[in-house]
Design a protein around this ligand. Structure first.
Ligand SMILES: Cc1cc2nc3c(=O)[nH]c(=O)nc-3n(C[C@H](O)[C@H](O)[C@H](O)COP(=O)(O)OP(=O)(O)OC[C@H]3O[C@@H](n4cnc5c(N)ncnc54)[C@H](O)[C@@H]3O)c2cc1C
Length: 263
């Protein structure tokens, strides 16, 4: 069994800061963490390895600092990690990000299951996993809340997907792409031994050339989405207190809503 977990390093949202003039999220001065949904993906992959044997590889595309995220994944039980690192990857939208990840997965070759978080805490598009699945022509099982059955010999997986209205049971062939929600498990804390081991692991870096990618096909040049501006929504004006008895006040509110064409 070989599972690959795609993880992204994100700013700790409680500390998120935006440079409104430059129109970018300030990444350099804020604490960075593994995207919380990705911790559930790591945990699920490591549990599969503990049950079935095999290995788990963590994969990220990100700047130098993203090495820390990979070390966390290794400390949680991943066996290997790959860092996709190249200035040419900067400014990638979700399309370009998925292109780079898919190329790296093609280079890795052998895998049974690809895990993702359902979305990130910063970009929050949820587009990367389905796009990778489309590029690699693999089944996409998103919002997985439980892996009900997995048969690596028979190459079949059954997951329960979390929907607003309940759960949906879906079966697919392996290899498959699975994005997970927080209901799937309780991620472990890295052990002291794990942290020590993680520091010693040799993490290869792959750049655009290593992935046989033209530099212009990724990063800002290879992106379809262009960021126009980033702004804080205007503060809401204070509400109006309607005086009087509840019945009269309700009548006044209703008239106001009708006047404004809201009802
Ligand atoms: C014009 C433009 C410029 C941008 N420039 C930058 C930039 O310079 N730097 C920057 O950090 N972001 C940049 N972004 C944001 C960038 O596109 C997203 O961070 C990235 O594509 C992931 O999208 P998301 O965060 O919505 O991930 P989602 O689709 O919500 O993520 C789902 C899952 O995919 C996996 N995943 C997502 N990203 C990665 C990754 N990088 N490596 C491995 N797995 C991953 C994780 O498992 C994650 O849980 C830019 C976006 C635009 C539109």
């Amino acid at each position: 069994m070989h599972a690959v977990v795609c993880i992204k390093q994100v700013p700790d949202t409680q500390e998120l800061q935006v440079d409104f003039d430059a129109g970018v999220i300030k990444r350099a001065s804020v604490p960075l963490i593994v995207n919380p949904f990705d911790e559930f993906a790591i945990e699920e992959a490591v549990r599969l390895k503990e049950k079935h044997g095999g290995a788990v590889t963590a994969l990220t595309m990100g700047p130098l600092s993203a090495d820390e995220a990979l070390r966390t994944a290794l400390a949680m039980g991943c066996d290997a990690a790959v860092h996709l690192l190249d200035e040419a990857f900067e400014g990638s939208d979700t399309w370009a990000t998925a292109t780079v990840l898919a190329k790296a997965l093609e280079k890795m070759g052998e895998y049974d299951v690809l895990f993702f978080g359902k979305a990130t805490f910063d970009g929050d598009t949820g587009q990367v996993a389905p796009r990778v699945a489309a590029l690699l022509q693999l089944p996409m099982l998103n919002f997985a809340a439980k892996i009900a059955e997995i048969d690596f010999d028979g190459k079949k997986v059954t997951v329960e997907r979390l929907l607003e209205t309940g759960r949906e049971v879906v079966r697919a062939n392996l290899p498959a792409v699975i994005s997970v929600v927080k209901e799937i498990n309780e991620p472990r804390y890295p052990s002291l031994l794990g942290i020590r081991r993680a520091k010693k692991v040799d993490v290869p870096t792959w750049d655009a050339a290593a992935l046989a990618l033209e530099k212009d096909s990724v990063g800002s040049k290879g992106s379809f989405a262009k960021l126009e501006r980033i702004y804080r929504p205007p503060a809401r004006a204070g509400g109006e207190i309607v005086p009087g008895e509840p019945v009269d006040a309700a009548k006044t509110v209703t008239e106001k809503l009708i006047d404004q064409g809201l009802i």
